[in-house]
Ligand binder design. Structure first.
Ligand code: HEC
Ligand code: HEC
Length: 446
């Protein structure tokens, strides 16, 4: 009898665990379908603008169709969609206008959270090539609107002002998300120069965003990009169940594997060094991984403080009163969160502001270039497999913004400019060059 109930209990436990796993898998599938197939904001651009935008490129003739989509992606730093998207790159979403007014284009998360590396596109790889400013201005012009953004969307190519967008958009909302006509100034700073974290790291995190200011379990926090003026409070709130699934999908993502040969002996040496010098902040890897979720005070980490200072208490206090804060509240933190380093080879450039083009530069603060540019291509030819990151050209002179078209000026990462400082994180400086290369070899395996 006793034995029977034990067996029954065991079977029941196995059954409920299996059912829970199946429910999780269903949520992941639903989330994937929602994120890659549904549209969460009405279109704001016409498909005609996509077809006509080449006139903004200084060309006399339209490129042939076989080249057009690729040239479009290259100009703005967008990536081919690895899912059906009607010929549009990741981040743009085909969407009809209401009342049969024709084909439109809406934007989605993948404009920033879809990237490519070594010739393949990945949902969840931060987009490190995007020029959101050029894209927005030229699409507006192609649609016959003023080619202007209400604040800077991008200061340097590959970074964006996502934080400022949230500050701007929340200013048009009451705490219950009803729209307001007059914008509240919640301390908008548009020079944070943010690098986009990879989504596959979210599953390890207890807190998210560069400062660790939000609870990683929050679904509502992910919905801030639904604050398009065309969405009502109800439109946003109705999407919460979908976003719960979308979050489940994000948690299921895994990093791409390093595609080139790895020296396993050197990597094993690197692992020891990593455990001694890095693991206390970045955790350990493999089956029994650990992640301490450490937030390092700003003066101690010493990286650029603009992102830390630039989203202020004024925004935080208003956000804290809003619908977004009701599932898991935000909190003020002391600095930047040390991220997990899974798939780190694929996510150059580094630091929250993308100021270090390779892992080598992360680990040798003296070697960090003051001004540099890169091809902004993402194939293996553009990749530096030794230093682990992007190949760069170091510039000796300060560029003159008046001498260059803005789209070219934004290709120059100038670390003397606001939000772009490249100091701090000196933990790799004490390693010898050999040790540093061993740590880099180990990082390729993560
Ligand atoms: C304009 C670019 C942009 C868009 C669009 C965007 N994000 Fe982000 N996202 C970012 C940046 C930049 C960060 C880092 C923000 C910070 O810490 O200040 C981020 C952070 C995140 C994080 C936290 C990651 C971490 O590990 O800390 C999640 C999750 C996320 N975004 C989900 C989404 C979802 C879901 C959407 C669409 C509804 C979306 N994002 C749209 C740029 C964007
Ligand atoms: C005291 C804690 C601490 C130690 C020790 C430490 N780091 Fe970090 N690390 C951080 C923090 C915090 C950041 C984020 C800084 C920022 O974005 O401004 C970071 C960022 C990084 C990044 C860039 C991550 C990205 O996605 O942009 C890499 C790579 C890295 N660390 C590697 C290492 C290695 C290798 C070591 C050991 C030699 C090490 N770190 C030691 C705290 C630490």
């Amino acid at each position: 009898m006793k034995r029977g109930s034990l067996v029954w209990g065991g079977t029941l436990l196995i059954m409920t665990t299996a059912m829970a796993a199946a429910a999780d898998r269903d949520a992941v599938e639903r989330g994937k379908k929602a994120l890659l197939g549904k549209c969460y904001a009405p279109p704001t651009m016409t498909r005609r603008a996509y077809e006509e935008i080449w006139k903004q490129w200084g060309l006399k003739e339209k490129p042939v169709p076989a080249d057009y989509d690729r040239l479009f992606r290259q100009r703005y730093g967008l990536h081919e969609a690895p899912y059906p998207n009607d010929g549009l790159p990741m981040g743009l979403r085909p969407a009809p206008f209401l009342f049969g007014l024709g084909k439109g284009i809406s934007m989605d998360c993948m404009v920033c959270h879809g990237g490519s590396i070594a010739g393949r596109s990945y949902v969840g790889l931060g987009n490190s090539t995007l020029d959101y400013q050029a894209f927005y201005e030229e699409m507006s012009a192609a649609d016959g609107r003023e080619p202007r953004t209400p604040f800077r969307f991008c200061n340097v190519r590959g970074t964006n002002e996502a934080g400022s967008m949230a500050v701007f958009l929340l200013g048009f909302r009451e705490p219950n998300l009803d729209r307001r006509l007059k914008r509240l100034d919640l301390d908008l700073h548009d020079d944070l120069c943010e690098d986009v974290p990879a989504w596959w790291l979210l599953k390890k995190k207890k807190t998210m965003y560069h400062t660790g200011g939000a609870d990683a379990r929050s679904v509502r926090s992910l919905m801030q990009f639904m604050m398009s003026p065309l969405n009502s409070a109800d439109d946003i709130k109705r999407a919460e169940a979908d976003f719960k699934d979308i979050r489940a999908y994000l948690l299921s993502l895994t990093p791409p594997k390093y595609p080139l040969p790895i020296d396993r002996t050197l990597a094993a040496k690197g692992e020891e060094l990593f455990r001694a010098h890095c693991a206390r902040c970045h955790g350990t890897y493999g089956e029994n991984w650990t992640y301490p979720n450490k937030i390092v005070p700003i003066d101690q980490i010493g990286t650029d403080r603009r992102r830390f200072d630039g989203i202020t208490r004024k925004f935080g206090d208003y956000y804290a009163k809003s619908w977004f804060n009701e599932d898991y509240p935000i909190r003020e933190t002391a600095g930047y969160q040390a991220p997990p380093l899974d798939g780190i080879w694929a996510t150059a450039p580094y630091f929250h502001n993308g100021s270090a083009p390779t892992v080598y530069h992360v680990l040798n603060s003296q070697a960090r270039p003051k001004r540099f540019t890169r091809s902004y291509r993402t194939d293996l030819d553009a990749y530096d497999a030794e230093k682990l990151g992007w190949k760069i050209d170091v510039l000796t002179d300060a560029p003159d913004p008046r001498q260059l078209p803005p789209i070219e000026y934004r290709k120059i990462y100038d670390t003397t400019q606001p939000g772009r400082g490249n100091g701090g994180h000196t933990y790799g400086d004490k390693l010898s060059e050999e040790e540093r290369m061993a740590v880099i070899e180990y990082l390729k395996t993560l």
